[in-house]
Design a binder for this molecule. Sequence first.
Ligand code: PLI
Length: 473
Amino acid sequence: MPPDSIPMTAGQQRGRRSWAEPWKIKMVEPIHMTTREFRQKAIAEAGYNTFLLRSEDVYIDLLTDSGTNAMSDRQWAGLMLGDEAYAGSRNFYHLEEAVRQHYGYRHLVPTHQGRGAEHILSQIRIKPGDYVPGNMYFTTTRLHQELAGGTFVDVIIAEAHDPANLHPFKGNVDLDKLQDLIEKVGAEKIPYVSLAGTVNMAGGQPVSMANVRALRELTDRYGIPIYLDATRMVENCYFIQQREPGYAGKPVAEILREFCAYTDGCWMSAKKDALVNIGGWLAMNDQELFDEARNMVVVYEGLHTYGGLAGRDLEAMAIGIEESTRDDHIRSRVGQVEYLGQMLLDWGIPIVQPVGGHAIFLDARKIYEHIPQDQFPAQALTADLYVDSGVRGMERGIVSAGRDPATGDHRYPKLELVRLAFPRRVYTQAHIDVVAESVQAVYENRAQARGLRMGYEPKHLRFFQARFEPLPE
Ligand code: PLI
């Protein structure tokens, strides 16, 4: 260790050698800091909703890790290999091969992004009056299930709803809850289990291999299929490698194949794990379901060999899948999230623990404990962070949860969070330090924070476009 007078790196302070990203930067995109006055005006004009800001007015953009990834030189080169034939593009076959090799499913239907796949799966599997159990809702997933006539039932373990609980696999399905549902409504009313790895709304929390194995055993007894939201499944597999007994030495790519083998198919937003800016797919083993999905995709997305994408996008996805499953990539990706999480924890700032795969989630219920949930504390905290430093996050609380279609009332989720999601291969450690310092500044100023009133509320997925105004002091 160096003597006290020499500053130590973060790694040395923690008594370990540092790791670094397995890439270097070849091209840059300038970003700039604005003034506080400018940002106050910008957020007011955006109705205190960070989705309505112009990206040019943002300094560090942690709104989402969706479609915001930096592609590699191999992926950019792959764009030039785009075969833009309407039918039978060679890039489709490359993508099909990549999905078969890494996820293990036989059949592939490309879609323009994840919700295109959710739409098709929901329409072909769910009948009005059905119940769809899942490990916590996701906004677009649940909406498509509801639009198809289904009712989503949350069967995640109780620990997932507690930000401070340190369970290593907070994404796990509570098998007793699922069994109760099956007994209550009957297996014939359950078209599939909607299993997500990792669980976005719970804080990027993983599902264990033991849990999916047990889930398979249970669902097999009733003939219920399991469909996997594989959007961040590589991150999930990294946590299995790090935390689950028996997986320490196994490559993430191998763990991914094993996990997927317990499921019947998946839908994917390739804009996350798969390191592209647009794209998705639906994959499955069942021939009949594939025939239906392939028929449906031509109605809503495009021919079954392009699904709403250009050939070049399919190629970038095929290459991205392979890159995303490399151990050194996934370690540095999650490692960057953990770096911010550890700093905030050291400073006593409440966040969801354990730190998840794609984002840090600030516990707005705790940080703004004086603001009641129907005054949108997480929405207010997101806006305050932007005003402090130009860092853009996203509300993941009562606004995102929307209204109960049966009663029309707000849903009141236990988790009232601000998500700071990390685009892959985009920001450096210095950017992350700036984010940490801004979170700390807003945290220290928390007593001054005020709640919001919703002015405009759209019908579907209101968090994207709702407008707010500050409540009077
Ligand atoms: O944004 P899409 O349509 O490509 O994918 C929808 C979608 C499905 N599942 C999960 C777990 C998601 O996180 C997801 C999209 N997430 C977004 C846009 C996000 O910011 O988290």
